[in-house]
Each structure stands twice: as C-alpha cells, then as structure tokens.
Design a binder for this molecule. Structure first.
Ligand code: 6LW
Length: 504
C-alpha cells in the first residue's frame, strides 16, 4: 500500500473514464466548449498522469460553432479492445452521440460514427460473444433513465432498437452509465443526485445484460453528500468509471471538487480523483474508505508515485499539449515564432464577453491550484491593439489585465466581469509598448498587476474568487477557471508565458 495525492488530475477534468492496454493506462475527460476536445492522459502508476493529446483535434470531429458556455462535449468513455482504442461522447451542440477510434491513443483518431440513440454519457461494453453494447441516458418507451442498444462490431452503426434498462436507485438524474462483466454478473455503474453537492455513485447487477438489475445493498458506493463542506475538503464526488489493473486490483476514477475553504463554492472545476476498490464476499465493490475518498489516499498502486510539479512555462519554442481554445479557433490568429520565442495573437474583433460568433483569440491552461501566479511579457506596438492575460471562467466571468494602444500611446488597464457587471480600471500610460503582466490567484481573490519601468509589481485591481465559481453562474456550467492569453483587436505579442504554483 502506498500513499498518493488526490486529485490525480487537477483543474477542470470531469467525468473521467479509464481503459488499460497491457500495463499502460489511458484516461479521458469532458471538454465542453473548448478545442481540442476530450483530453487523453497516460499513466503507468495511476498517480502521475501525462497529457498525450486529444481525441478530437479536427473540425470534422468537433464542430463547436454554436456551443454556448459549457455546451459542446459532455462525458466521454474510453475502451480498448482487439488492439483498437474506442472513445464515445456527446456533442450536445452538434448531432449528439458519436464514436471515434484509434490504433495509437495519442492519435490520430478517426472521423465520427454518429449513433442514433440519444441522451448523454454514452458507454461502450464489449461482451465475450463479440456483441457491442451502447448505453446512454436515453429515455425509451416514455421511461426516463438508462437505455441500451447494440452496435455493428465493425461499422459501429446502431443495429438494434433501444431498450430501457433502469431509472436508477431513486436519486435524481440517473446518468454516467458504465457496463462491466465480472464473475458471471453484468454490473451497471451510475451517477445519481446531480453533479453538485448531492452527487453519488451507485451500482446494480444482473445475470442478463438487459436486466432486471438489482441495486447494491450498500448504495451509494461513493458519496460525500453527508460530509459538511466545512470539514471535508472534497465534495460532489460522483460520475465514475471502474477498472482492473494489470495486477488484478480494482480502482475507481471519479469526479469531485475541492471547494473554497468553508463555503460551497469551487473555482477549479470538477477534477479527477482515484480510489482503490475491493469486492466484498457478496460480490459488491467497496470504494476507498467505506465509500469516501481523501486528499492523501493509500492503495496498492502498480508503481510508486513520483513528485508532481504543477508549474508551467512556455517559451513557444515547441508545441504544447496543454492549451485550450474557445470553440473552433482560427489557426491564422496564432503565430508562434520559435526563433524569437514569441507568440503573436491577432485579435478577431471579438471581445472576451461575447459568447457566440467568431471566438475571441484566446488560449489558456487549466488553473490547477488555488494559489498560482500567471505572468508574461506583453507588447502592443500598433494603434488599436488590445490584449493581455486573463483568468477566464467564461464570457461573463473573467478578470483580465491588458495593454491597449491608441493615439500612439500604450496603456495598461484591467477589466473585471461578473454576470453582466463590468468594471474597468483607469488607463495607465506606459513609457514603452511592453510590460510584464501578472495575475496572482488566491482563495479570496485574483490580483491583477503590471511591472513598472523599475520592475516593481503594481497592483491594479482585485476580483473576488467567488466571481469565478461554478455555483455562481447564471446558467448551469460545468467547467473551471483557465489562465491564459488573449487579443481582442490588432496584434499582441507575448514573451514566455509562465504559471507557477505558489503553494509548492
Ligand atoms: C455529464 C453528466 C453530468 O455528461 O454533467 O451532471 C455532464 N452530470 O454526467 C457534464 O459534465
């Protein structure tokens, strides 16, 4: 038994799904309105996960033109069978459920095969007799819950009508179905209660894949709904996937949140957590510490955990896997110059607050810890230019420090937007066209700075962390805060972009 740190993947990485190929483990999460879609992580020890790419990297696979904030790509499932990787997910903003495949999980992945059965949270289960089962939260015969159909093993096209399986164990929103087979039983794992503080994982089993399914006597097998946020630093545990490691040990990957201390608010998004699983003598799974998980967890990892480094730095000399773009980006607006180690962004005229149409020129990484510093040297030389650094949760929830130039003078300024309230600071003229901009994130607030001519950090404004939290958004959202670079108009050049973990 070794101790490892939870979450195993920090920052917004919800709805985790895992598959194994030999002694290699691959994990995917949801990506919503961001491009590329469905990040894929690799691990050998289940504690350290390395981003190796994305399943959806081409417009043919991922159309996000009409994706609203937290629209787009919902929960994915990844499976490995016969040397081929399969990933199924839902684009709620374009045509629904589909499957892509790949020989190499780092890509390229195929074009989508679209599936008729509706709903969200699609799952794939390959039975011993070669039958391919597809489940999702589709309602059938007027019954709300989980439905199942079969697919053609080669073409993956739907081949049978959907049949209703179960409505779950009584919690609201039965979702996140995953089918498994073990010791002659078909097990159906679900999430219930909704993805907030009442979230839970339940499991059912049957000797026939079409049911009827009996509930586990100790459901929910994972939930922190009873644990007061004041005391438990992990909340909203749910939406999970079970898997067996190459030593025959079982694990559960699940989403959960680290709320701000003492309040039911979270700005980092739903992250990926890991718990060991044992099977009791009646053949039911017992997760973690009697159905709960902790930040310091112990379990029979396949290999020892390595120390993690949450800092990030990019001198633009190579292509990084970590960046997210809003909806479908226009590549011509992003000019990386490895020689000069600069990135030039061309504004599209679209402001950060605009939720539709051509996306703003923006790229960012997930904020993975509460206390971080994001920094970059920024230059605006031509009149009309406007851009800088931003802590971005969405078009109506962001704090930015930026340069703007007109009348031959470059100014530094900030904007804080929460809902439709937008506050801009006074313009401060710079001596030159360049300034180092900095955002310091914290549990209470985000601080916006620029470094003056003598390198002194001047604080320009503060925005409450509560303003970038999922619970405060007017419409339901599912993401987390990103730290990034943007340009609204003209050309904006960036030197090294770094994000450091102040807590390490
Ligand atoms: C996910 C579903 C859910 O597909 O939220 O609240 C969706 N539950 O399981 C997006 O994460």
């Amino acid at each position: 038994m070794v101790t490892y740190e939870n979450p195993v993947i920090k920052g917004y990485n919800p709805d985790p799904s895992v598959c194994r190929a030999g002694e290699d483990y691959y994990l995917v999460t949801s990506s919503f309105e961001y491009f590329p879609g469905v990040p894929i992580y690799h691990s050998k020890n289940l504690s350290n996960w390395t981003p190796i790419g994305h399943c959806l990297t081409r417009k043919e696979q991922l159309i996000l033109d009409s994706a609203r904030p937290s629209g787009g790509i919902y929960a994915p499932t990844i499976r490995h069978r016969g040397g081929l990787f399969y990933m199924t997910t839902t684009n709620v903003s374009h045509r629904g459920n589909f499957i892509v495949t790949a020989k190499d999980p780092a890509g390229p992945w195929s074009d989508p095969v679209w599936i008729g059965q509706g709903g969200i949270d699609p799952d794939l289960f390959f039975d011993d007799d070669g039958t391919v089962y597809f489940t999702s939260t589709a309602s059938t015969d007027g019954k709300t819950g989980i439905s199942l159909c079969t697919l053609h093993p080669e073409t993956l096209e739907q081949r049978t009508e959907s049949v209703f399986l179960t409505g779950g164990g009584g919690g609201r929103f039965a979702e996140a179905p995953h089918l498994y087979k073990k010791d002659g039983f078909y097990y159906l794992l679900l999430a219930e209660g909704g993805t907030e503080f009442g979230h839970m994982v339940t499991i059912f089993r049957s000797h026939s894949v079409a049911g009827p399914y009996e509930p586990c006597p100790h459901n929910p097998i994972l939930s922190h709904r009873g644990a007061n946020a004041q005391y438990n630093p992990i909340q909203c545990t749910g939406h999970a996937d079970l898997f067996e490691d190459h030593n025959g040990r079982w694990w559960l990957a699940a989403l959960a949140v680290r709320p701000l201390p003492g309040v039911m608010l979270h700005n980092l998004g739903r992250e990926t957590f890991l718990a060991p699983v044992v099977w009791d003598r009646d053949g039911w799974p017992v997760v973690g510490e009697n159905g709960t998980i902790s930040l310091a967890m112990s379990g029979p990892l396949p290999a020892a955990p390595r120390k993690r480094d949450d800092s990030f730095a990019d001198d633009f000399s190579s292509d990084k896997q970590n960046y997210l773009y809003i909806r479908n980006p226009e590549p011509a607006r992003y000019i990386r110059d490895p020689q000069s180690k600069t990135l030039t962004l061309r504004g599209s005229g679209t402001a950060l607050r605009e939720a539709a149409g051509e996306p703003p020129t923006f790229l960012g990484i997930r904020q993975v810890e509460f206390d971080m510093t994001a920094q970059a040297e920024v230059t605006v030389t031509a009149d009309g230019g406007k851009g800088g650094l931003v802590a971005y949760y969405g078009p109506d929830y962001h704090y930015a420090v930026y340069l703007t130039r007109f009348g031959g003078v470059t100014y530094v300024r900030t904007v804080r937007r929460v809902h439709d309230l937008e506050v801009k600071s006074e313009r401060i003229p710079l001596y030159g066209d360049t300034a180092t901009l900095r955002i310091i994130t914290g549990k209470d607030c985000y601080k916006l700075y620029y470094l003056d001519e003598s390198g002194v950090a001047v604080e320009l404004a503060r925005g409450a962390t509560a303003g970038l939290c999922t619970e405060g958004t007017a419409a339901m959202t599912f993401t987390g805060t990103l730290l990034g670079m943007f340009a609204e108009r003209g050309e904006v050049a960036f030197g090294v972009f770094s994000v450091d973990d102040l807590g390490k």
